[in-house]
Design a protein. Sequence first.
Length: 183
Amino acid sequence: MGLFSFIKQTISFRKAFKEQAQRDAAYLQMSTEDLLKLSDDEIFNAVWIRTENIVSSKEDLLEGFNSLNEEQRIFYSVNYLEMEVNNGGLCQFFVNSSRMVAPIVSEYMGIIGATEHKQLYDTFIEKHQINLYDLSSFDCETVEVFQSQYERFPFDEYDDTFYELEPLQNYLIPFLKKHIEKF
């Protein structure tokens, strides 16, 4: 890549980040009526920005999560599971800070109607006797330790089945529209 191409690409990235920051700021100011005028993907993104803004405004993740209302917790938890599984698998969900929602995400998947996801999750947890209230055995500081965590259970089986299911976002969007005034 030549210097001109690199500069052009850098300017393009900066412009895209600036535009995203402007959209995010606008999402934070929107009324319920404004949110409902957005496309499904935009509603989802707007609610994510609004919810994440609440969580990140607190001293720590748990305090931020506890400051959410019930509908926001449902959205945040289920979306967090989907993001982690899509990014690195269920093992990553248990290793990262997202594990704080592990004990409640099954119930929340049931609330939004994602019964196949709930059953997959519950079956995996039960079959492998994972204590969702103590996931400290998943603590890891290095890639090597993460790899050993990944090998403890057949996470690939869970992940492969999860990827075959309808995206959780497809369950979350109707839930968001039904409860939009809570966001």
